[in-house]
Design a protein around this ligand. Structure first.
Ligand SMILES: Nc1ncnc2c1ncn2[C@@H]1O[C@H](COP(=O)(O)OP(=O)(O)OP(=O)(O)O)[C@@H](O)[C@H]1O
Length: 255
């Protein structure tokens, strides 16, 4: 059985189908990029993986079991949007992310000092080394986003869920964050699901790029059908299979 096994998932809100017939098998350590038109259910799919919601139909198994309903950290799942604590300094936000991984959610004494040193290293890597003593309110939107990503990565989860994590960042910072994420992923072999609107980013970071789209479309009622996975590209080797398909058919345009 795959590490993450998604079998015939449907999710509806009221009578409205959002995603339907989603099947996916992911090996531990794979990096899955998720792309697709706005509103087609990519974030919904992440929430299902996180067990923030239960699917209307179908099953999801992570390491052989359904994802736990409560907050998920014990299964090592981190969602980048659960993030910054406004009442803690930037450095303590990173330390807290590490403390959550401990059994009691607490680090004391020498453990805490070591965690603070590691937090400083992380802050240096994400370009926030000089902001450790500040509070999140003093950070720009892009800086807060970097802090949230730093937190998620510090937790070193087995499964990391990222929802457009680099959207608010300038191009230089974005590349630095890509490098940081790729290094950590190589180190920890965590399994990553990342929603992005940037196809190039999806292919650069992902081992696979999956596309959500609506294969059935009723022009008189655009909400009649849900989306499903319509493409599953091998994105290693710079996504060469994808580029060939794109040149041949123009099926995919950046969304
Ligand atoms: N809790 C909810 N109750 C009702 N409708 C919802 C709920 N959550 C999402 N939706 C609807 O489901 C659809 C899919 O939303 P979702 O956020 O998953 O899309 P998305 O592909 O991530 O979009 P985007 O790329 O714009 O972030 C949207 O039309 C949204 O309005």
């Amino acid at each position: 059985m795959a590490f993450v096994d998604v079998e015939n998932i449907f999710q509806s809100y009221g009578p409205r189908p959002i995603i339907e017939r989603v099947n996916l098998a992911v090996a531990e350590g794979e990096f899955i990029s998720i792309v697709g038109a706005s509103g087609c259910g990519k974030s919904t799919f992440l929430r299902l993986l996180l067990a923030e919601e239960r699917p209307t139909r179908g099953t999801i198994r992570i390491d052989g079991a359904e994802p736990a309903l409560e907050p998920g950290r014990e299964r090592g799942i981190v969602f980048q949007r659960y993030s910054v604590f406004p009442h803690m300094t930037v450095r303590d936000n990173i330390v807290a992310a590490e403390a959550f991984q401990t059994r009691w959610g607490f680090l004391g004494g020498a453990g805490r000092r070591a965690a603070r040193d590691r937090a400083q290293e992380t802050l240096d890597r994400i370009g926030l080394g000089h902001m450790g003593a500040a509070y999140p309110a003093a950070l720009s939107g892009g800086m807060q986003q970097r802090l949230a990503i730093g937190q998620a990565l510090t937790a070193r989860p087995r499964v990391l869920l990222l929802d457009e994590p680099f959207g608010a960042l300038d191009p230089g910072t974005r590349i630095a964050m890509h490098d940081f994420l790729m290094e950590l992923q190589r180190e920890t072999r965590m399994t990553v699901f990342m929603v992005t609107h940037d196809l190039e980013e999806g292919f650069k970071l992902g081992d696979r790029v999956i596309v959500f789209d609506k294969p059935r479309w009723d022009p008189t009622d655009p909400n009649a059908y849900g989306a499903t996975i319509t493409y599953d590209f091998d994105a290693r080797n710079g996504g060469i299979p994808f580029q060939t398909i794109q040149e041949d058919t123009h099926v995919l345009q950046p969304v």
